[in-house]
Design a protein around this ligand. Structure first.
Ligand code: FES
Length: 160
């Protein structure tokens, strides 16, 4: 187990360790390793970033720089149900922006927040590949298309 800068410890699963071993020697691989870390934990915790710095020799400040630059990377744990509202062109033109605002209002959260019961977080995503159904929202593996704001309360209710 590697001791991080903060004195706490985190054990990466073997699959993630193997991925980092393979990629750390390749130039420009930090983003790949961060993606894999987020795929494993759902977000990039401070501990995970510290551990990645130790394993790769990449300065922690650079890792934080990349994590905070790209909106895709999350620094806090997402809700149990990840609500993703598509803001790709087709969905945006059909009111995706209003949907994301309404979803956050209904759940009483702001950007990067999780509901107090830990159930929901709401994030924008790029085109999810079903533009014909715009505007689209996904929750876990479920896709909701041709969505209107008035449908949201009932949908969220199913996940409570
Ligand atoms: S733009 Fe939303 S699914 Fe393509």
């Amino acid at each position: 187990m590697t001791q991080t800068q903060s004195g706490e410890a985190i054990e990466f699963p073997p699959e993630l360790l193997a991925f980092i071993e393979e990629w750390k020697v390749k130039p420009g691989s930090l983003i790949m390793m961060l993606h894999k870390t987020q795929e494993t934990y759902g977000f990039i915790s401070r501990l995970a970033a510290e551990k990645l710095a130790i394993l790769t020799g990449i300065p922690l400040a650079r890792i934080y720089g990349v994590v905070t630059f790209y909106h895709f990377f999350k620094t806090s744990k997402p809700g149990k149900h990840k609500v993703s509202v598509c803001l790709g062109t087709a969905c945006y033109l059909k009111g995706g922006g209003d949907l994301i605002e309404e979803a956050r209002d209904l759940l009483k959260i702001k950007e990067d927040e999780v509901t107090t019961d830990g159930l929901f977080s709401v994030d924008p995503v790029r085109c999810v590949g079903c533009c014909g159904l715009a505007p689209v929202m996904t929750i876990g593996n479920e896709t909701y298309g041709k969505l209107t704001k008035s449908q949201l309360p009932k949908i969220f209710e199913k996940y409570k």
